[in-house]
Ligand binder design. Structure first.
Ligand code: ADP
Length: 262
């Protein structure tokens, strides 16, 4: 509990600071990218070398813009909009994204449970979170490997609570993202969710992927568990609370509303 508190205080402080900076920085970037685009249009193909330099500048500015987008998402300037989500459909709908971001050497396996319960979460953010995990898995398997994305219904009760340490009893949609990549040392696991913690080279990692994952599950009343072993791989489990439909006490009178489990 203390760890979780420390983590969320850290996230909040860093979030407020970065949110403000990212917002202003984004506006400044727009005033760089706009004129560069115009310049590029105006010059056309007249001077190939100059066009190349302009394209390089636009590329750099676009990369900076992507970073500020991540910072904004992390600092929660974009509030979550939870809706009933079919995680199977969401994962299936990501196949193009996976192909695009994973490259050719990684084998993707999706295992989707039949009769999966609905979750209650922000669908766009959930997609971002799964993509963050997939990209981390890709980075952990430079020579290729296997990425498994699995969904299942998960009831945690007295009988199996010890298999899900730290997750309260209840009904969840469990989304598991597992790779057989390089894995993490216990020291890296301990810091992995910290904002700006990265072992990647400058320009390759921001250290915000997993803290975004953490922020998302916390705001969704869910949980995240990370298991990793050097040389064997990494498994991330997302527990999202099941959406339960409220049955109206007087049968035909009121329509059934949707609410979260207590
Ligand atoms: P980033 O990917 O930008 O470094 P993250 O917060 O997503 O930021 O990850 C933090 C660190 O955790 C990574 O730099 C890496 O060391 C480690 N990590 C995350 N996911 C994995 C994975 N699937 N396999 C091995 N290491 C990982």
């Amino acid at each position: 509990v203390e760890d979780a508190l420390r983590q969320s205080q850290k996230m909040e402080a860093v979030g407020q600071l970065t949110g403000g900076i990212a917002h202003d920085f984004n506006n400044m970037l727009a005033s760089v990218i706009g004129p560069l685009d115009l310049l590029s249009l105006r010059l056309g193909e007249s001077d190939p070398l100059v066009s190349r330099y302009i394209d390089m500048a636009i590329d750099g500015a676009n990369r900076a813009a992507q970073l500020t987008q991540r910072l904004l998402a992390f600092s929660r300037q974009q509030p979550l909009q939870p809706v009933p989500v079919d995680a199977n459909r969401l994962v299936s709908g990501m196949s193009d994204l996976f192909v695009h971001s994973l490259g050719g050497t990684i084998r993707l396996e999706t295992l989707l449970a039949a009769d999966l319960w609905l979750a209650f979460a922000d669908a766009n953010q959930l997609e971002n979170v799964i993509l963050n995990l997939a990209v981390n898995a890709r980075d952990a398997m430079p020579g290729g490997g296997r990425l498994a994305v699995e969904t299942s219904n998960c009831t945690i009760d007295a009988g199996n609570a010890e298999q899900h340490p730290g997750v309260p009893r209840g009904e969840y949609i469990l989304i598991t993202v597992a790779d057989n990549g390089c894995g993490m040392s216990p020291e890296v696991v301990a810091k992995a969710f910290d904002p700006f913690f990265t072992t990647k080279q400058v320009g390759q990692g921001t250290g915000l992927g997993l803290s975004q994952v953490y922020g998302f599950v916390k705001q969704s009343a869910g949980h995240v568990k990370l298991c990793s072993e050097i040389g064997r791989g990494t498994t991330v489990k997302l527990y999202l609370p099941r959406l339960v439909a409220e049955v109206a006490p007087v049968a035909p009178a009121a329509p059934a509303g949707l609410r979260m489990p207590a």
